[in-house]
Design a protein around this ligand. Sequence first.
Ligand code: UT7
Length: 331
Amino acid sequence: MGKIHAAITGIGAFLPDYRLTNEEISSMVDTTDEWIMQRIGIKERRILKESGKATSDMGVAAVQELLEKTNTSPEEIDLLICATITPDRPFPATANIICRKAGLHNAWSYDISAACSGFVFALTTGASFVETGKYKKVVIVGADMMSAITDYTDRSTCPLFGDGASAVLLEPTLEDVGVIDHINYTDGKGRHYLHIKAGGSKRPASFETIENREHFVHQDGQTVFKYAVSRMADVAVEIMEKNQITPDKLAWLVPHQANMRIIDAVARRMKIDPKQVMINIQKYGNTTAATIPLCLNDYEKQLKKGDNIILAAFGAGFTWGSVYLKWAYNS
Ligand code: UT7
């Protein structure tokens, strides 16, 4: 028997209705639409405003749309992996809550914490389960409610992030489509440059940590920027060379959406045409684990069976990685 590949056979997504525009951000901190567009490239982001709603609720909506689109019943799912850094609570896993709320009663589930590389790491992991032949239907969710950990008094971080969720279904195939290869890396030295300072075992929550605003995202933007460009481009080129994908054979690059300047620099280093790059950062901002599947969802109708697609991500940790996949269906 030939090798079993894990193919993405459907996508679902959820975006909250509320649009936080650059104009509104300019009324909260000392910034302008012009600065944000020039330095980041984000026009607006979606924010989950309803009280009591959390990451799992966005994940459930994405999974429900996915099941409906693929005509799959919730009981058929074997495993669900949720990539997130904004779980509903420190524990239990948000994946467990999504399964319960979406009726995935036969699935076991867990979370993966890899920040902006979360979807790439979770897809790699889920594909490995499918490739064993034991798992027939695996759901990968990328979901983050970044508004819960964004400091809206800090102009250097608050324009960057948004909320959203997206989910893909992985199924086995013997055809030459699906996840073909993946290369992932982590380097814990990055922990100093992009992190939440408190709320974990190293620095539990206290009045002091709250007063110091230590439960929000902090980053050394310039250092993260430099690493993001070089690591994301290097790993994408590495996977292309390893699989003999020259720029003319590539249909799409799907980069993590953190900053338009990072995306442009990565595409230049890969020597690919800007038309080959999926971009939706202007509409949603950086939704962390959700950016890559939200791109696939937005571009789904343009994708054709057999398209060579490279996913590339970089995030806190540092974490970075790339997946080479051949698209498995025509919409
Ligand atoms: O997915 C991984 C997660 N994160 C990232 O990938 C983010 C990577 N980093 C970045 O995208 C960029 O570093 C930022 C967008 C965060 C910042 O852009 P930058 O070009 O690196 O700006 P900077 O931090 O070097 O700041 C330049 C100036 C500073 O003013 P001075 O010191 O030169 O007077 C900042 O205070 O821009 C100022 N500044 C702002 N001005 C207007 C910073 N944020 C703003 C703002 N509006 N929102």
